[in-house]
Design a protein around this ligand. Structure first.
Ligand code: NAG
Ligand code: NAG
Ligand code: NAG
Length: 471
């Protein structure tokens, strides 16, 4: 519709320039007036409407929990012994999972969970979420200098914890946000929801020019604790850790000059139509009627296939011409000449400088590295985030971006690929381009005080025994 208006203005301008004869002075003046008016309107429209379609990331913040939430592997095992519902076998399994998980000796769990005996109450869950979200938002507002009354759109995603009034209401209340704010809560959407929320905010910003959108991602760790002995459901307990992030997106054209990144592309792939994919991460009751999230043995294959579909759509948009040509040639060979060759896997390091891949778990990262043929340097942000912060669900891609920044890796023009996958089964992508050289500002980074200790050397994966539950 807008394009139609734009085109018709240009058409009227052209027609009026062409048809009026210049013989009569007054008509001449009139039509040159019409022409210039239409041209000016079209240009103004172009400037204001087209340029406001651009979405910038002014800045983002990741919550770094306090010392009271720090937990070592021994602490987790100690507490696992005390919870009472875990059998001997389950305890052994927990120890084994922790050993191979790729998680380091220091990650964060909520105080309620670390308490002996654990306090797994509703109030505790609310407190956990409040601490994380307020922590991240405070830091973000301080960093960007944006007033809370300027925020027009608020998107909060938290998969398992979904209280009333909602988490977005809590944010509105705490920060006294304005009355006509548009708030949205995305729940039950899994680990890929952080990137999905960015895509959603982008679409909202494009129809609400000159606005700020605040995008918050977290998970209710306290609520997702599974209190049973089913191995396929215990895994999430072991890998999941506390975390949260806040990102400020803007559609103000003038924010280009102070923003860190511009969002250049988003892509979403949903393979939930297939039953296997739909059921591979599933919240359900076990035999003893305890609720937990079970991960199926199919998870790895589902992730691999979904990734294949995803990069087939993403490749043509982001890859350089040379890679596209190789891809097309391979396709023709396979489809037209029926030559039996492997599908061409594009070299994604030619499309992106930085990779932020969701830290589902070590095995998932191994699989992703193999599927995308990435080097260790490119996997470093994901592996180190898993090591230091664990699986923080939808906020993990932001800890990874913070890692790239803290290492001083991000230069002007660099492209960043944030990719997350999770229940559904969904794979979501956001592609950012850096608008400036990003100086490491360690004061507000979740990696402050310790970035120089990274990368740590990770032990090579242990040969998997007959029990391959650690997926
Ligand atoms: C992808 O391209 C980069 C840069 O040209 C190169 O260093 C790397 O070896 C390539 N990777 C693969 C798997 O071909
Ligand atoms: C990561 O944590 C989320 C949230 O609890 C969970 O749904 C997901 O399955 C976890 N990923 C793995 C590989 O455990
Ligand atoms: C939806 C959901 O699981 N919400 C949970 C959040 O955490 C509290 C505390 O454990 C639970 O009681 C809620 O059920």
């Amino acid at each position: 519709m807008n394009n139609l208006l734009y085109l018709s203005l240009l058409a009227v301008a052209a027609a009026s320039a062409y048809y009026y004869s210049p013989a009569d002075g007054s008509a001449n003046r009139r039509h040159s007036l019409i022409t210039s008016f239409c041209l000016a309107a079209a240009l103004l429209y172009h400037y204001f409407v087209r340029s406001t379609r651009k979405v910038y990331l002014v800045d983002f913040a990741c919550f770094k929990p306090g010392l009271s939430c720090l937990c070592t592997t021994e602490m987790i095992l100690e507490r696992a012994k005390h919870v009472g519902f875990l059998s001997e076998d389950s305890l052994k399994l927990v120890a084994k999972i922790l050993d191979r998980s790729g998680l380091g000796p220091k990650t964060y769990l909520p105080e309620g969970v670390l308490h002996i005996p654990p306090k797994l109450t509703f109030d505790e869950a609310r407190r956990e979420t409040d601490t994380v979200l307020f922590g991240a938002v405070d830091e973000l507002l301080e960093k960007t200098g944006v007033q809370s009354k300027d925020i027009g759109i608020l998107v909060v995603n938290c998969c398992l914890f979904n209280p009333t009034p909602s988490l977005s209401d809590t944010i509105v209340n705490h920060y006294k946000l304005r009355g006509n704010i548009l708030t949205y809560d995305l729940s039950g959407m899994g680990c890929s929801a952080g990137v999905l929320a960015v895509d959603f905010a982008k679409q909202l910003l494009q129809v609400h020019p000159n606005s700020y959108a605040l995008v918050l991602s977290t998970e209710n760790e306290t609520s997702s604790i599974y209190r049973g002995n089913n191995p396929s459901m215990m895994l999430t307990n072991c890998l999941f850790r506390m975390g949260g992030s806040a990102a400020l997106l803007s559609s103000h054209p003038s924010d280009r000059y102070r923003s860190k990144y511009q969002l250049i592309h988003t892509l979403r792939t949903h393979v939930g139509a297939d039953d296997n994919s739909y059921k591979c991460v599933f919240q359900e009751e076990d035999e003893a009627h305890k609720i937990g999230v079970s991960l199926s043995k199919e998870l790895m294959n589902v992730a691999r296939d979904a990734l294949k579909i995803h990069i087939t759509s993403l490749g043509p948009v982001v890859l350089p011409i040379s890679e596209k040509a190789k891809f097309a040639l391979n396709l023709v060979k396979r489809k037209v000449f029926k030559i039996m060759i492997e599908p061409y896997l594009p070299n994604f390091t030619l499309a992106f400088e930085h990779f932020c891949i969701h830290t589902g778990g070590r095995a998932v990262l191994d699989r992703m590295q193999k599927s995308l043929e990435l080097g260790d340097w490119h996997m470093e942000p994901s592996r180190m985030t898993l090591y230091r912060f664990g699986n923080t669900s939808s906020s993990s891609v932001w800890y990874e971006l913070a890692y790239c920044e803290a290492k001083g890796r991000v230069k002007k023009g660099d492209r960043v690929w944030q990719m997350a996958f999770g229940s559904g089964f969904k794979v979501n992508t956001a592609v950012w381009v850096a608008l400036k050289n990003i100086e490491p500002q360690l004061k507000n980074s979740p990696w402050r005080d310790e970035i120089d200790d990274f990368p740590v050397k990770l032990a090579p994966p242990k040969p998997s025994s007959n029990n391959n539950n650690n997926k």
